[in-house]
Structure formats: structure tokens, C-alpha cells
Ligand binder design. Structure first.
Ligand code: SAM
Length: 274
């Protein structure tokens, strides 16, 4: 009997399937999955990465939004009884549940060739699970990887880089050209590793305040700090921390952001503001 053709790639689900076995191998080598890892793949698609990951780690779990792919994946990997598919939206998925459901504790290892349209909110969602995640390996649009790695003064430096670098060590692993996918995306891609810090090198008194501050600062990245942070703090309070209120937010280091945030938290506490 002739097999039904696989369903067409869906743009709205950001489906660009990996078709280059060399790239798949390279990603898996960098992940170095082990049999007892609590490995979770986001967006398995047609299983390009799922197969080699399962070979190394038979209790792999996946989260896939496209319900049409689920029966195909189940059939394709029927010989792995511990393989589990969660049909749902990774943006709303409670990853901590996967740890709570299995004995032995440990940490989750997250991997995925991510749909580019949701990669930033998804990374923020995953940061919320803190040290319950051991590491993350993602294929992302090259520009997103540049933003993740960006340093003060660089064009790509912004909210994403600051907040991810606050929580994680960031390593760009390698670039991937559009021809490695079907359909080929219009952009270049790259693979990145994010490793949540076991101990935060620059802990803020209150991370929600830091998030609010970084967000406000980069909404007005071309303005001076004095103006960009006008709603949050006075120029004198900025200068008191040894930070020039005349520079732009894009020139602040993570340490500067944490000092500003701590000063805001302290001020809120003395004023009795929540
Ligand atoms: N891993 C496969 C590969 O490398 O060929 C597919 C990668 S494709 C770029 C992205 C995958 O994520 C698709 O399978 C898509 O259906 C799935 N996806 C899209 N949005 C999602 C979401 N919000 N939650 C979970 N999966 C999602």
C-alpha cells in the first residue's frame, strides 16, 4: 500500500523542517544526550532531531502544537515505549510538571529547532523555570542568537540579551544556512546553548524590578538614561551609583542594570511601595 504523503509544512506553526543529516548530527553531538537525562524537545515536527535523540535517551518527551503531526510521530517512534508526546502550546506548558511527575528529581534538558515567531516569548517562559532547567539547546534565527550574545554598545544589545545573560551562560555553537531546511527560511539560523547559572553571578534584590527596569530602559534606547528612566528614578539617584545619567541604556553593563534595579527596590522598600 502506498504511504500517505506527510502533511504540508504549516507557516503559522513556523514549520521549517531540518533535512540536513550533517546538521542534525552536529546538534545532537553538542547536546550529548544520555540515557538518564530528562530530555524535552519542543516542536519535534517530523522527527528529524527526535529520532537521534531517542536513540540516546529513550524516555525523551516532546511538546508539539500541531495535532496532525502527533499520529505520525507516534507511528514513527512506536518502538520506544517510554516516548511521550504532549500535544499543546510550549508557551503555556508547565515544564516543571515533567519533573514533578517523574521520580528521581534532577533537572530538565530542553532542546528544539524553535518556530522563529515564538522564540523570544518562549525563552522568557523557560527562564521562569529557573534552575529546574539544566540547559537548553536551540536552533534560532541568527539575529536572535546575536541578541542573546550581545554586549553593551552593540546594536543587538537589548532586553533579551540582558535578561538571558542575567540567568544563563550563553554560547553560540554554529551557524546553519537556509538550505538545511525544507521549506528554506528567508533567514540564516544558528544553534545556541543556554546554561542557567547554578548561582547567579550578579543577583538582583528583586528580579521583577530588574525586568521592569530593563524593559523601560530599552523602550527608549536612543534616549539618555536620565530621560529613558524618568518615570522610575531621578538622575541624581542614577549618578549616586557611579553611573553617568547622560549615557544611553545600550551602554549599560548587566552589573549597572542590577545596581539600578537594587536602588529602585531599596527605594520602594523604604517608601513602602510593592
Ligand atoms: N524539530 C523539527 C525539525 O527540526 O525538523 C521541526 C522544527 S519546526 C522549525 C518547529 C516545530 O515547532 C514544528 O513542528 C511546529 O509545529 C512546532 N510548534 C510551533 N509552535 C509551537 C508551540 N507554540 N508549541 C509547541 N510546538 C510548536
Amino acid at each position: 500500500m502506498k504511504q500517505a504523503p506527510p502533511p504540508r509544512a504549516r507557516r503559522r506553526f513556523g514549520q521549517n523542517f531540518l533535512v540536513d543529516p550533517g546538521i542534525v548530527q552536529r546538534i545532537v553531538r553538542h547536546i550529548a544526550p544520555r540515557a538518564d537525562d530528562r530530555l524535552v524537545e519542543i516542536g519535534p515536527g517530523r522527527g528529524a532531531l527526535t529520532g537521534p535523540l531517542l536513540e540516546a535517551c529513550p524516555n525523551l518527551q516532546v511538546v508539539e502544537l500541531d495535532r496532525d503531526l502527533v499520529p505520525l510521530l507516534l507511528a514513527q517512534f512506536a518502538s520506544y515505549p517510554a516516548f511521550k508526546i504532549h500535544r499543546g502550546d510550549a508557551l503555556k506548558f508547565d515544564f516543571a510538571r515533567l519533573l514533578a511527575e517523574t521520580a528521581g528529581g534532577g533537572v530538565l534538558r530542553i532542546v528544539g529547532n524553535l518556530p522563529y515567531n515564538i522564540s523570544t516569548p518562549l525563552i522568557f517562559h523557560l527562564l521562569g523555570f529557573g534552575r529546574q532547567i539544566g540547559d537548553m539547546h536551540f536552533m534560532l534565527q541568527k539575529e536572535v542568537v546575536q541578541r542573546l550574545c550581545a554586549q553593551p554598545g552593540e546594536k543587538a544589545y537589548g532586553r533579551l540579551g540582558v535578561m538571558v545573560q542575567y540567568h544563563c551562560r550563553v554560547e553560540k555553537l554554529f551557524a546553519v544556512p537556509p538550505q538545511s531546511f525544507r521549506p528554506a527560511p528567508k533567514v540564516d539560523s544558528a544553534v545556541v546553548r543556554l546554561t542557567p547559572h547554578a548561582t547567579l553571578p550578579l543577583p538582583a534584590r528583586d528580579v521583577a524590578t530588574l525586568e521592569r527596569l530593563v524593559n523601560t530602559a530599552f523602550q527608549q534606547r536612543r534616549k539618555t538614561l536620565r530621560n529613558a528612566l524618568k518615570q522610575l528614578m531621578a538622575a541624581e539617584s542614577i549618578e549616586k551609583l557611579g553611573i553617568d545619567a547622560g549615557i544611553r541604556p545600550e551602554n549599560l553593563t548587566l552589573k549597572d542594570f542590577v545596581s539600578l534595579s537594587d536602588s529602585l527596590s531599596e527605594h520602594a522598600q523604604t517608601q513602602g511601595i510593592q
